[in-house]
Design a protein around this ligand. Structure first.
Ligand SMILES: Cc1ncc(COP(=O)(O)O)c(C=O)c1O
Length: 461
């Protein structure tokens, strides 16, 4: 008997054994098309099940309206870039070297780009060979490549509590389990790290790596001291654990010289991720992975299969910018601009937050982590805040396990200092209202579902 799939549609002989089945299949498909938004829903790979849109994405379209002060997004403020100078570098590049700059290139990244990356990393004490660098499409792709080469479904990645939302998305998409490790004001806690490793291994779990953001943490706003870095590396060495150091903000410190990168303290167990997104511009999408030699080979192969080669034009553009422009001076300009915004945020929070609210004091980077008075829920409160024309990211976005509702991330990188102050004022009003409702109705009641709230001065911009 022939398999139904082998029946040709031009076969002149009717086959009663096959046709009814095919017709039913077709009818079923038509029926599904009528009722489903996504006709492919039962065909996606299992790994896509973890790829969910953020519950707060819808609110962000509202949050991006000009009348709303958005303390939510983490967009670098590139208004201070000298666009004329960048424009002339790009013009010279196209006219003088366009045929090479617009071609395919090396899968590992252009040699001059990798040389320049090594020079940038020297600022944080890293001495690296360009052969060990692979250029990526932003450090976000570095995260993807590392997870791709190390993790099978069910493997564990250790992350700080809280952790970068974009990294959690990558780990989810590769069906990893995320285990959060406690932090304090100096970042990841090495004692908690040791405890987590012991407990997970006792439970038979395979831990593939520790993912950490040592400088100006996104979202926590804290940084690891040198002693803390050494203690974490000591735990990792004893546990034979790979460390992925994600460092997009390291050169954007407001106080003194950068603390040496973890990679500068141990080149055997640390894979380093860097990026030009915050020190130049994110639109070029250039980051990099600096890996121990053996790992580098796998990163390169994964990169080639993902992109053939990272964007050649962007690499030429950034290399020319670094060669022709005072990029160190430009980073200082960025630092001063972000410091002014950080100061505005600190002043606004001190002036407007109700008693019982606490926050971190970032010494660089873009973010502040706020802890709300007991009983308040940042996720439930968000629609009310947006009504009051201020937006933030609820803390739950930075945990893989639903934790974080008493926290929120505020970013000061993009709005002007005046807007930041105004944003904290509006947020303060919302928090005071929520606190008063909570005090009136007691625990067990979510303040933000009690009654509508009209922001003071809601009709003014
Ligand atoms: C901690 C962290 N890692 C990685 C990234 C990704 O940056 P990019 O892909 O632009 O280099 C970001 C972006 O905000 C980040 O905050």
């Amino acid at each position: 008997m022939r398999h139904p799939c082998l029946v040709s549609t031009s076969d002149p002989r009717p086959s009663s054994a096959v046709r009814p089945v095919a017709a039913t299949d077709h009818e079923e498909k038509v029926r599904r098309k009528d009722t489903r938004l996504d006709n492919y829903v039962d065909r996606y790979a299992a790994r896509t099940h973890g790829m969910t849109a953020s519950a707060i994405r819808a609110l962000f379209s509202v949050a991006n309206r000009p009348e709303v002060v958005s303390l939510a997004g983490g967009m670098p403020n590139i208004a201070d870039l000298p666009l004329d100078a960048v424009g002339s570098i790009l013009n010279d590049l196209v006219v003088g070297n366009g045929r090479v700059a617009m071609q395919y290139g090396s899968g590992q990244g252009e040699p001059m780009m990798r040389d320049a990356i090594c020079e940038v990393m020297r600022l944080e004490g890293i001495s690296a060979h360009p052969d060990d660098v692979t250029v990526t499409v932003g450090s976000q792709q570095g995260l993807d490549l590392l997870t791709r080469i190390f993790c099978d479904p069910g493997d564990v990645v250790l992350c700080e509590a809280p952790s970068y939302v974009g990294a959690l998305g990558v780990f989810r998409s590769f069906q990893c389990e995320v285990a959060h490790v406690a932090m304090d004001e100096q970042g990841l806690d090495p004692v908690a790290l040791q405890e987590a490793i012991t407990a997970l291994r006792a439970a038979g779990k395979k831990i593939k790596f520790l993912y950490t953001i040592p400088n100006f943490h996104n979202p926590a706003g804290v940084s690891q001291s040198l002693e803390r870095r050494m203690a974490i590396l000591e735990v990792a060495r004893r546990a034979d654990l790979l460390v992925v150091e994600d460092n997009p903000y390291g050169l954007l410190g407001f106080e003194g010289d950068p603390v040496p990168a973890m990679r500068s303290l141990d080149s055997d167990i640390v894979v380093y991720l860097g990026s030009f997104s915050k020190t130049f511009a994110p639109g070029f999408r250039i980051g990099w992975v600096l890996a121990p030699h053996a790992v580098r080979e796998k990163v390169m192969l994964a990169q080639e299969s993902a992109t053939l080669c990272p964007p050649v034009f962007s690499q030429f553009a950034i290399s020319s910018y670094l060669a022709r422009h005072d990029w160190r001076g430009q980073i200082k300009v960025f630092r001063e601009m972000y410091r002014e915004r950080r100061d505005a945020m600190m002043a606004g929070l001190a002036d407007h937050m109700p008693a019982g609210t606490t926050w971190t004091v970032p010494a660089g980077g873009f973010f502040v982590w706020v802890t709300l008075p007991p009983g308040l829920d940042s996720q439930a409160m968000l629609p009310r805040a947006v009504t009051a024309r201020v937006a933030y990211v609820p803390g739950t976005a930075f945990f893989s396990d639903g934790f974080g509702s008493r926290h929120m991330r505020l970013s000061y990188c993009f709005p002007t200092p005046e807007r930041i102050i105004e944003g904290t004022r509006r947020l303060g009003e919302v928090l005071k209202y929520e606190t008063s409702v909570h005090e009136t109705f007691g625990t067990g009641v979510r303040p933000s579902v009690i009654m509508p709230y009209e922001a003071p001065g809601a009709n003014q911009n």
